[in-house]
Design a protein around this ligand. Structure first.
Ligand code: GLN
Length: 447
């Protein structure tokens, strides 16, 4: 704990942590130390973990990096947090992110942008940018993030760490501040696949507080148990041919494919005919869900209340106007529009149908392949401020990651090494729903 507290203080310029729970972490460390000596400590004893600022940790502030939750304190632990604590993890602080997890660069935060530890003029990716930066800069052993459309995998790729999004319905969303409830999933950022598997195992599994959880048993993940099983892997042709893809990342992918073939795996191109529809489907549906989820921030129930309000209506209006940032407002407006009478069928209804098609097409690919491979993001980390002005440019950042959330399947970003510009980049593996074991076993072999 002392080691990490020191490192956090030395790396304040990264703006990764919005609050450090120094006192808490120190006293917990003492208790856990005693447990270790008595021989009854949990699986995560001594593991120092940072949490994204959209996860509830009882008695601690949580704001989703928004002014509207200014001063709000969690009344309970998120199930994922509770399970980490039961296994004696130490939570060291809360990590910066995009406001309500909406963004791809961690620039839309009430606390200001996070900086990429590999180059502080670059973004760390988003929305869980603080989590990725903290693990990459070794400010904690591991961190939690949430992934609605790539918010774990894309920052993991930009910062050179492992980012894992489990299947929808595997880790309870109870205590995760909702963005788009049919897409959101909690997951770990780690330096190794072993740590990702360990944290996943601790957090996954049924919970009476989240009715969308699967009742399927969580399989224990023995990473070395797969032997040298040869897999059938499909790589997405449309991703490789995509204009936005950086040439060097494409070459890196092709080299990896050759290497896998040489090792005896079957690696073949597969079609993803709906690639161009994925980002639009994602943004229509997630903004719709967000407009509903964020209706609860009315200036009365939680956090910030405008001082300029004179009656009930102006309390609602002014608190929301002053409390939400531009990107969040944009999405609430967009989501309200696509759900409004007269437009509902044309936008929300169509997007739901397209979601179903994408899901069916993806399941069909998995009839023939064990895994799907793609780049995680089209390029390496970009300059802070560069894409902030045009939302559609920013939305296209998510082109390779949203499929996993649209379909509810597990996906991981693994660090592939460095680009000639000195920045890290990752590759993404996706697996059929609830195939976390196979996905992580193969990831372990790759790293
Ligand atoms: N970048 C995507 C968005 O802005 C993904 C965010 C996320 O996964 N939370 O919505």
């Amino acid at each position: 704990v002392e080691f990490y507290l020191e490192r956090i203080a030395e790396h304040e310029h990264l703006n990764a942590f919005v609050e450090v729970f120094a006192h808490d972490a120190r006293s917990r460390a003492t208790v856990i130390d005693q447990k270790i000596q008595r021989g009854n400590a949990g699986k995560l004893a001594g593991m120092v973990i940072g949490i994204k600022d959209n996860l509830c940790f009882k008695g601690h502030k949580v704001t989703a990096a928004s002014k509207i939750l200014d001063g709000f304190e969690s009344l309970f632990d998120a199930t994922a947090i509770e399970r980490l604590l039961e296994e004696d993890a130490i939570i060291i602080g809360r990590l910066n992110c995009d406001e309500f997890a909406m963004g791809s660069a961690n620039e839309f935060s009430h606390y200001g942008p996070v900086k990429n530890p590999h180059d502080i003029t670059k973004v760390p990716g988003g929305s869980s940018g603080g989590s990725a930066a903290a693990v990459a800069a070794n400010l904690c052993h591991a961190a939690l993030g949430s992934d609605t459309g790539g918010s774990i995998r894309q920052p993991a790729s930009f910062c050179g760490v492992v980012g894992f999004k489990p299947s929808y319905g595997r880790i309870s969303r109870h205590g995760l501040i909702a963005y788009a409830s049919s897409f959101d999933q909690i997951g770990p950022f780690t330096k190794s696949v072993e740590d990702a598997a360990l944290l996943y195992e601790v957090m996954a599994g049924k919970d009476n507080f989240d009715s969308t959880l699967s009742r399927k048993e969580v399989e224990p993940i023995e990473l070395n148990a797969s032997g040298d099983k040869k897999l059938k892997i499909g790589y997405i042709k449309e991703c490789i041919m995509n204009d936005s893809l950086d040439g060097e990342i494409r070459d890196g992918m092709m080299d990896l494919i050759e290497k896998l073939k040489a090792e005896g795996h079957t690696v073949e191109p597969v079609n993803s005919p709906h690639l161009d529809y994925m980002v639009p489907v994602y943004y229509v549906l997630t903004t719709a869900e967000a407009s509903s989820n964020l209706a609860r921030y009315d200036g009365i129930h939680f956090g910030y209340r405008s001082e300029n309000a004179t009656d009930l209506e102006s309390t609602y209006k002014l608190s929301r106007t002053e409390g939400f940032g531009t990107e969040v407002k944009r999405r609430i407006l967009l989501g309200t529009f696509v759900l409004s009478s007269g437009y509902y069928e044309a936008y929300y209804g169509q997007a739901q149908k397209a979601r179903m098609l994408i899901k069916q097409q993806t399941e069909k690919v998995f009839e023939d392949y064990d895994l799907m491979l793609s780049p995680t993001a089209p390029h390496t980390a970009f300059e802070i401020g560069k894409k902030q002005t045009d939302p559609t440019v920013m939305y296209l950042e998510d082109i390779f990651t949203v499929q996993a959330n649209i379909c509810g399947i597990p996906a991981v970003s693994l660090p592939m090494g460095n680009h000639s510009n000195g920045l890290p980049y990752g590759i993404q593996l996706m697996a059929p729903a609830f195939s976390e074991k196979e996905l992580l076993q193969f990831s372990h072999q790759l790293m």
